[in-house]
Design a protein. Structure first.
Lengths: 113, 113
């Protein structure tokens, strides 16, 4: 079945450091890929998405590129801020499987000033 | 604010009891999804409704059921509650059946004692 694997946290960085959170997926159909962010005490918010191979999703300085050859969708940001501290979830939605949405386990990021 | 509302915010109940969680989707959204987030299982998709009809089922227990009403709000019913049902329950909505972008509510925290 479909699944998403993302790097385990927690990740602790200093402000302005470079961020990478790895995400790989397994899917039988043609998935769309997402990164969601969950701030403390809140629900998940869509951060960015990519619907086909080689698409790059970007938002708020975060980027991720849909790599079909490596089945990956790694999240990157060049310079993190304290306000980026949150839990990040990689997810896929499979159009060929009734839009079944699968989430990774989440990676907690803490950015220190 | 995603536009998705969930009530109640917190719920504390005893084992063996039954509770109902309520979700109102964003205005205009026809699809409603329910998720369970627990420390050991992560974020799990439970069930999806589209315009009043069940469209997809995930890891939903037989003790759990849901419905979507004509005004598009949805309720998740949890019965014969066990300690392990303690979790955050999120509702999400999207415009259409095959739309990948989901908007999450703030969640209901259920504690079973």
């Amino acid at each position: 079945g479909n699944s998403v694997t993302q790097m385990e946290g927690p990740v602790t960085l200093s402000e302005e450091a470079f961020l990478t959170i790895n995400c790989t997926y397994t899917a039988t159909g043609y998935p769309s890929l997402f990164w969601y962010v969950q701030y403390p005490g809140e629900g998940l918010q869509l951060l960015l998405k990519a619907t086909k191979a080689d698409d790059k999703g970007s938002n708020k300085g975060f980027e991720a590129t849909y790599r079909k050859e490596t089945t990956s969708f790694h999240l990157e940001k060049g310079s993190v801020q304290v306000s980026d501290s949150a839990v990040y979830f990689c997810a896929l939605s499979d159009r060929g499987n009734n839009n079944d949405m699968r989430f990774g386990a989440g990676t907690r990021l803490t950015v220190k000033p | 604010d995603s536009g998705v509302t969930q009530t109640p915010k917190h719920l504390i109940t005893a084992t063996g009891q039954r509770v109902t969680l309520r979700c109102s989707p964003r205005s205009g959204d026809l699809s409603v999804y329910w998720y369970q987030q627990s420390l050991d299982q992560g974020l799990q998709f439970l069930i999806q409704y589209y315009n009043g009809e069940e469209r997809a089922k995930g890891n939903i227990l037989e003790r759990f059921s849901a419905q979507q009403f004509p005004d598009l709000h949805s309720e998740l019913n949890l019965s014969s509650l066990e300690l392990g049902d303690s979790a955050l329950y999120f509702c999400a909505s999207s415009v259409a059946l095959s739309t990948y972008e989901q908007y999450f509510g703030p969640g209901t925290r259920l504690t079973v004692t």
